[in-house]
Unconditional design. Structure first.
Length: 168
């Protein structure tokens, strides 16, 4: 298989498409409000790892070691997912003095209503929780919350590993 052919194979998991679909659920729950890229990166992490938040619902994705690092490398993935959704008119990209903002369109809810899987149901539930829990946070407050917590998310595996290495 050539490198060109390998690069064109569809990768459904942890892909821009999957990320873009998750963002659709978030922006649909955001009820007509806009969000910038950095907020959506935070929201995407919190959506799938909601169990990392004290009092949050069970995470949709597994608790893997060092998962906090996902947050640090998600920018390109989220941006590519947003671009895919915008190209299908499922999201609206606008510009103002603060930068580029994204918003659900009239097609977003209609499209999402077609998704009936348990994963889609969980995304809907977590998106509603996410907006209720973090929707009123300013950009500064959300950034502070993420930076204060990101290093400990996934760190429980590091502590367990260190305990296993202790000789008693």
């Amino acid at each position: 298989m050539t490198d060109k052919l390998k690069s064109t194979l569809i990768r459904p998991f942890n892909s821009p498409l999957e990320c873009g679909l998750r963002i659709l659920f978030v922006l649909d729950a955001f009820a007509g409000k806009t969000a910038d890229l950095q907020r959506l990166i935070s929201y995407d992490y919190l959506l799938v790892h909601s169990g990392d938040v004290v009092g949050g619902p069970k995470s949709i994705h597994p608790a893997v070691p060092f998962r906090g690092s996902e947050f640090l490398i998600k920018r390109n993935l989220v941006q590519a997912g947003l671009n895919q959704m915008c190209s299908r008119e499922l999201l609206l990209k606008t510009f103002d003095t603060t930068g580029v903002l994204y918003q659900a369109t009239a097609l977003t809810s209609a499209f999402l209503s077609l998704m009936k899987t348990s994963y889609a149901r969980e995304l809907r539930e977590r998106s509603t929780w996410l907006v209720e829990r973090f929707g009123a946070f300013s950009d500064v407050e959300l950034g502070k919350y993420m930076s204060e917590n990101i290093t400990r998310w996934g760190g429980e595996f590091e502590r367990l590993s260190a305990l296993n290495e202790l000789e008693l």
